[in-house]
Each structure stands twice: as structure tokens, then as C-alpha cells.
Design a protein around this ligand. Structure first.
Ligand code: ZN
Length: 309
């Protein structure tokens, strides 16, 4: 008995030592795994951030190259672009790429009126995310932010078009003289500040507006002076006094667009219209699924006019 107990007592410290050793090994192993994981994460983060920088550099370089080519007026059709692989030319007046819409079965022209606004960049970011362009029918604004936003629209290859300088119906439509002055003032502003001499126009309220009985005079002026005006055949309804919900805007645009193989969609780029911006990604996704190709309006796009022609 005594022998046994002394034997077990003499074994205990050894066993304890072994257990301690195992414990140490387990702790060291865990620590090593953790350390490797942490180091791995740090290395990955560094690599990702370097790749990000590289992508930004490349994007900036290609943007600069495109704008240089545009300035010299000799941009070639982009060979690597799927959506616009053929029949692209440059409209020198508007400096916009022309697209041959007849290549596509279903075309959707997203148009944003009344900008630029605090949402212009956000809209452009969403368009970029999906690799598409749209059309901005802008008003006259001279603050630095607005000028930057006009320039950004052009930089990102969406179409910068006119929607009257003041957008005050009682001024714009008060007489042919006023209408001409307002139109030329906006055209000059865009020419001076952005370098774009655009001849694409949308009437405030559309050509079917009932706020003037002289619309035919104004249309005649535009026709005779080389302007092309566009109305819309799909309305998002986002200009109502009471703000529409994201779902309402989405449903209006989708159900309206599905009725046309050449849809021109009216939306607004305005500080009050945040639900339009929110609905935009869903609209783009759904219409892409339905086979629509998104193009910016150019002088070669099929015009959509309301009841007066
Ligand atoms: Zn408007």
C-alpha cells in the first residue's frame, strides 16, 4: 500500500509536467494560428488597397485619354465595349458618342430633368456601377458645385442637354423673345463653363404644356435653329407635389417602359427627389433583365414628341 502510494506520488509530478507541456503546446499552437491569421489579414488588406490604387490610377488614365481624344475630336469606336461595339461616331457639336439604336431590340433612355442637384453625382455613380449612360436636361445654375456637376455629367459620358435656363414657366413662355433669350443664355453658360455646345432641348413641362399657347412658335424657332427637342413616353411620376415612394416610382417606370421598344423615361434630378435615386438601381436591374439597353440621348436618337409635331 505504502509502496503504491509513494509510486503514484512520484508519478504525479511527471504527469503534471506532461500535462503542462501539452497545455503549453496547445497555447503556443493556438497563438501561432492566430498570429498567422492576423498577419495574413494584414497582408491581404495591403494587397487589396494596392490593387485599389492601381485601379484608380488606370481609371484616371483612361478617363484622361478619352477626354484628350475627345478634345482632338478623333475618338475611335471603343473596340472593347460590348454594348457599343459598332456604329459609334462622335457628334462634334455635343461631343457625345452617337449610338446606333437600331442594333438593339429594346432601348431605354433614362432622362433626368431640373438638375444639377445634390443627387447628380449619386445618380452618375449608380449609372457607372451598371456601366450605362443617361441624359440630363439641366437648368441654368452658376454656383461652383453646379458647374462641377455639369462637368461631371460630361466626363462620365452621359448627355448634357437643355431644359431652359430659369425653368420659370411665366418667364420662359412669356414671349418668343423671352424664350430665345432664355434658351441662348443656357446654351452659352454650358458652352463657356463646360465646353459643350448642345442643341438638345426639352421644354419645361414638355411640348404638351398647357401653360402657353405659343408652343408652336417656340418649336418653329428650335427647328429653324438646329435644335432637336425631346419629350418622353414614360413618366416616373416623380414630380408630383406629394413625393412618391420608391415602389411607386419603380412600378411607374417598369410598367410604362414595358409598353415601348424605344422608351424615353422622365425622372428628376432634384434635391426633393431622393426616392427617385433610391429606385434607380432596381429599375436598371429589372429593365436589363427584360432585355433593355440603356443609351444616352444624342442627335441621332429617335425623337419622342407629345401631341404637337
Ligand atoms: Zn422640369
Amino acid at each position: 500500500m505504502e509502496d503504491k502510494s509513494s509510486a503514484s506520488q512520484s508519478l504525479d509530478p511527471r504527469r503534471r509536467e506532461r500535462i503542462n507541456r501539452y497545455k503549453k503546446i496547445i497555447v503556443i499552437t493556438n497563438f501561432t494560428i492566430l498570429a498567422i491569421a492576423v498577419i495574413g489579414c494584414i497582408i491581404l488588406l495591403i494587397v487589396v488597397s494596392k490593387l485599389n490604387n492601381r485601379i484608380n490610377d488606370l481609371e484616371e488614365a483612361s478617363r484622361q485619354e478619352i477626354s484628350k481624344e475627345k478634345e482632338s475630336g478623333n475618338i475611335e469606336p471603343k473596340e472593347d465595349s460590348e454594348q457599343t461595339s459598332t456604329a459609334e461616331t462622335i457628334d462634334l457639336q455635343n461631343r457625345a458618342i452617337q449610338y446606333d439604336e437600331s442594333q438593339y431590340e429594346k432601348v431605354c433612355y433614362l432622362t433626368f430633368d431640373d438638375g444639377p442637384s445634390i443627387y447628380t453625382e449619386q445618380i452618375l455613380d449608380i449609372l457607372d456601377e451598371y456601366g450605362i449612360k443617361a441624359t440630363f436636361f439641366v437648368n441654368g445654375k452658376t454656383d461652383d458645385d453646379s458647374i462641377k456637376r455639369y462637368q461631371e455629367i460630361v466626363k462620365r459620358d452621359s448627355t448634357l442637354a437643355m431644359h431652359s435656363y430659369s425653368h420659370v414657366f411665366s418667364q420662359v413662355y412669356s414671349s418668343l423673345d423671352e424664350f430665345v433669350q432664355d434658351t441662348e443664355k443656357l446654351r452659352k453658360l454650358l458652352k463657356d463653363k463646360v465646353g459643350i455646345d448642345t442643341n438638345i432641348y426639352r421644354f419645361p413641362g414638355g411640348s404638351s404644356t398647357t401653360t402657353t399657347d405659343k408652343i408652336e412658335e417656340y418649336i418653329q424657332y428650335l427647328d429653324e435653329n438646329g435644335y432637336i427637342y425631346f419629350d418622353w413616353n414614360v413618366s416616373s411620376g416623380d414630380a408630383t407635389k406629394e413625393k412618391l415612394t420608391v415602389d411607386e416610382i419603380y412600378n411607374n417606370v417598369i410598367s410604362g417602359t414595358m409598353q415601348h421598344s424605344n422608351a424615353v423615361v422622365l425622372m428628376h434630378d432634384s434635391a426633393k427627389r431622393d426616392t427617385t435615386v433610391e429606385a434607380l438601381p432596381m429599375i436598371i436591374q429589372k429593365l436589363t433583365q427584360e432585355g433593355y439597353v440603356f443609351l444616352p440621348i444624342t442627335t441621332s436618337s429617335t425623337v419622342v414628341h407629345h401631341n404637337v409635331n
